[in-house]
Design a protein around this ligand. Structure first.
Ligand code: MN
Length: 401
């Protein structure tokens, strides 16, 4: 079978209030073309379909209309799992209608879908978070791990595993769940894992919810069932191959640059051709950059205006850094914004002309050192420790970076 692996669509996500719906639509159109060209049997969406648990009607409409198109009325199967940004109940509420088009949604690791006919496909058997699907005599088994919240992990463990040890770490519990599913994979089936969580060692960006990346939510990579041929992951927004016990393990990444930290690399989806007991053929397919995020730098307000005039027709989002020896007038900011649309942020770097010294510029020094020096410059004395601590507290820097 031929699959496309994508994820982290974050439909409805904005860039500091700027809509991305246009770009999201362009991606979905490109995805339709890729699925056609590559004659795809199964499309995998590895979680974070929406950006939040209460998506706008516009985002939902985009999702439904493209699902229908992508499924080709049931000729192509679509496997969707829920991510940490999705409300799993809301995401899967359309399942009764979706089944007819062979759109399969797994909301939590506890979900058990219905078996039977799904469009041109047949679901032969189902189990917690997984199923076996068949078309033209070829069978594929999916073991899925929709975003495993602490709560859902404990629930599935107590319901499906006999000797429960709740003292185990989050990572070990997930490992245990996968171990329990090992029996679902066979030598004569295509064996795929789909998951949405953070595997330690992967590189992250600003637009994942960082609080869930660190510490206890990191999962060890050597946890997948032995016969797994392909691991289709969602959560990290940079497309990447990751080191696990399965040779072919990938994060699809988001299809669109969702933050400033994602502008240094191209977005993609993964194509794989899989047959039972064979090593898969995998190809990374690069996506177009529908509307780039750029960082512009100017040496003065006059420079900034010239730059805007020159590049005013470029279709991009701009984070603008402008050096100046004085504070800008409202009229100047207005003029910049009227020349170039989609300026997300204007960041001023103030300096004193004769001292040639910049404020707000990043030095090779720690934030607290920079704060102390800045304070001394302005007030003539170093700040008290309590004040420095308060400042670090406010900016959310705990001294570790
Ligand atoms: Mn995400």
């Amino acid at each position: 079978m031929r699959i496309i692996h994508t994820g982290d669509w974050h439909l409805g996500k904005t860039l500091e209030g700027f809509s991305r719906i246009g770009e999201q639509k362009m991606f979905l159109d490109e995805l339709c073309d890729i699925c056609e060209e590559k004659k795809i049997d199964i499309l995998i969406v590895a979680g974070d379909v929406y950006d939040n648990s209460n998506p706008s009607a516009e985002a939902e409409k985009l999702f439904y209309s493209y699902l229908k198109k992508l499924s080709q009325n049931g000729k192509r199967a679509i496997v969707i799992i829920s991510g940490n940004h999705d409300s799993h109940t809301r995401l899967t509420s359309s399942s009764p209608l979706a089944e007819e088009f062979c759109i399969i949604m797994e909301g939590t690791p506890k979900t058990i879908i219905n078996s039977g006919n799904y469009g041109d496909f047949k679901i032969n058997r189902t189990f917690f978070g997984g199923f076996e699907i068949e078309k033209n005599g070829e069978r594929a088994v999916f073991v899925t791990m929709p975003y495993p919240s602490e709560k859902s992990v404990n629930e599935i463990i107590s319901e499906s595993i006999e000797e429960v040890d709740f003292r185990k770490s989050y990572s070990d519990k997930i490992k245990e769940i996968f171990k329990y599913r090992e029996k679902e994979f066979f030598d004569d089936t295509i064996n795929i894992v789909v998951g949405h969580f953070f595997i330690s060692g992967g590189s992250s960006s600003d637009s994942e919810r960082t609080i869930q990346l660190g510490g206890s939510y990191a999962v060890d990579g050597n946890i997948f069932p032995e016969k797994t041929q392909y691991v289709a992951m969602g959560h990290l927004h940079r497309p990447q191959r990751i080191k696990t016990n399965v040779e072919h393990s990938y994060y699809a990444g988001s299809p669109i640059q969702y933050s400033k930290s994602e502008i240094g690399y191209s977005k993609s989806v993964f194509f794989a051709e899989l047959h039972p007991a064979e090593n898969p053929v995998v190809e990374k397919i690069y996506l177009k950059n529908y509307k780039p995020i750029e960082i512009w730098k100017s040496e003065s307000i006059e420079d900034a205006l010239t730059l805007c005039e020159k590049k005013k027709d470029e279709n991009c989002f701009v984070f603008f850094e402008i050096k100046s020896d004085r504070v800008f007038l409202q009229s100047e900011i207005k003029e910049i914004r009227s020349l170039k649309k989609d300026i997300v942020e204007i960041h001023t770097i103030l300096y004193e002309k004769d001292k040639e010294k910049y404020y707000y510029q990043s030095y090779d020094k720690s934030i607290s050192e920079q704060f102390k020096e800045f304070y001394k410059d302005v007030k003539g004395v170093f700040p008290k420790d309590e004040l420095t601590d308060l400042f670090l507290d406010i900016i959310g820097n705990d001294g570790e970076e």
